[in-house]
Design a protein around this ligand. Structure first.
Ligand SMILES: Cc1cc2nc3c(=O)[nH]c(=O)nc-3n(C[C@H](O)[C@H](O)[C@H](O)COP(=O)(O)OP(=O)(O)OC[C@H]3O[C@@H](n4cnc5c(N)ncnc54)[C@H](O)[C@@H]3O)c2cc1C
Length: 342
């Protein structure tokens, strides 16, 4: 790896909250590098639900996960952030007041005045259902995320789970797939009631199938699935034709190295104060899904707000001798110049 990179701020995690933080930091003249384990930018939005609509981004009635990521990238373009993808931050050492040495698993070293942890749930991994031999079908017939809906066109889909992901993908893929079967271990769903209602309407109209039970056997060869045996709660087993299974059993939040960074943890989350979202270590902030405080909501809009307040405090570490003047983008020609619009 190359020489040590010196920067004002290092952001760990290029999810939506890390991306918007670049904007807020950029308006205040702070130079940013971002590191992400994934090979793509956008965190959960890009990795788990790129084509799924989001309805609660303020003033944007509907945007997909990928659409939001693209819009954030467009918004932060004037600040030229540098991304280091496919790299995991492993260690953070305090070497000044505040100054940190941050190292990735690729051997890249950063020296940064401020660290912003926007690592979501850490390196998130889908939970594997307890079906013997499922590994042999992963990536060919069993998928834990939907990257491209077209991939499932005309497939016989078995979607497994009872939460929002299972129900949302049932409804979204129903027009694309040849046939969708939803399987859940009981006839009671954790998903949004509206989604459950829509699913039940499709079942009543004969447009999809709902089964209650669990997959016990997978049938197929060379990673190509041909069917699955489902054991019902009455212990009766039935075989159904299917060539693709999408299990949505939630994610295991594998925190990874965050636990060794010297910040206090509480149930695998980082407690922060709510004036600036700083951790117990001065100069290390935590925003987005990774932090916790009274009333925390794991929503993208919360992370946007947290990024704005974080930048105000980070400024004082990066420019200890300067006074920070609050300005609106609407009326400040100085901010507009930074945005390249004036
Ligand atoms: C199916 C689904 C639907 C959702 N719908 C909505 C919705 O409608 N509205 C809404 O507001 N929210 C929604 N959410 C939640 C929303 O996606 C999260 O709140 C948001 O992604 C959190 O953003 P973040 O930037 O904090 O973290 P993330 O998006 O989780 O990104 C964190 C990034 O950090 C990286 N990372 C972790 N550890 C390291 C490390 N050590 N080194 C380098 N990189 C690291 C990860 O690879 C990841 O890319 C939904 C979530 C899911 C799963």
């Amino acid at each position: 790896m190359g020489d040590t990179i010196k920067t004002d701020v290092l952001i760990i995690g290029a999810g939506p909250c890390g991306l918007f933080a670049v904007f807020e930091l950029g308006l205040l003249d702070m130079k940013v590098h971002l590191v992400d384990i994934l090979d793509k930018i956008g965190g959960q939005c890009a990795e788990l639900y790129p084509e799924k609509p989001i309805y609660d981004i303020p003033a944007i009635p509907l945007v997909t996960g990928q659409g939001l990521t693209d819009a954030l990238l467009e918004q932060i373009k004037p600040f030229h952030p540098t991304f280091h993808l496919n790299e995991m931050v492993e260690t953070i050492e305090k070497i000044g007041d505040p100054l940190f040495r941050v190292t990735t698993d690729a051997g890249q070293v950063f020296e940064t005045k401020v660290v912003v942890i926007s690592a979501g749930g850490g390196s998130f991994q889908p939970k594997r259902p307890p079906v013997p031999g499922i590994e042999a079908y992963e990536g060919t017939s069993v998928f834990y995320a939907v990257r491209k809906m077209e991939q499932f066109r005309d497939k016989d889909l078995l979607i497994v789970g009872g939460g929002d992901s299972a129900l949302d993908w049932t409804l979204n893929l129903h027009p694309v797939a040849r046939r969708v079967t939803l399987l859940h271990r009981r006839d009671d769903f954790r998903a949004a009631p509206h989604s459950v209602e829509q699913m039940r309407k499709l079942v009543a109209a004969g447009q999809m199938d709902l089964r209650i039970g669990q997959v016990t056997v997978l049938e197929g060869e060379g990673g190509r699935l041909t069917g699955a045996v489902i054991k019902g709660n009455d212990n009766e087993s039935v075989r159904i034709d299917c060539n693709t299974i999408l299990p949505f059993f939630g994610l295991t939040m594998k925190l990874g190295p965050v636990a060794n960074w010297g910040v206090t943890l509480e149930n695998n989350l980082i407690p922060v104060e709510t004036a600036s979202f700083e951790t117990n270590v001065p100069g290390i902030f935590a925003i987005g899904d990774i932090n916790t405080y009274p009333g925390k909501l794991k929503l993208i809009l919360s992370g946007f707000h947290e990024g704005a307040l974080m930048a105000q405090k980070a400024y004082h570490y990066v420019y200890p001798d300067k006074r920070l003047v609050f300005q609106y983008t609407t009326s400040s020609s100085n901010l507009q110049k930074k945005l390249g619009v004036n």
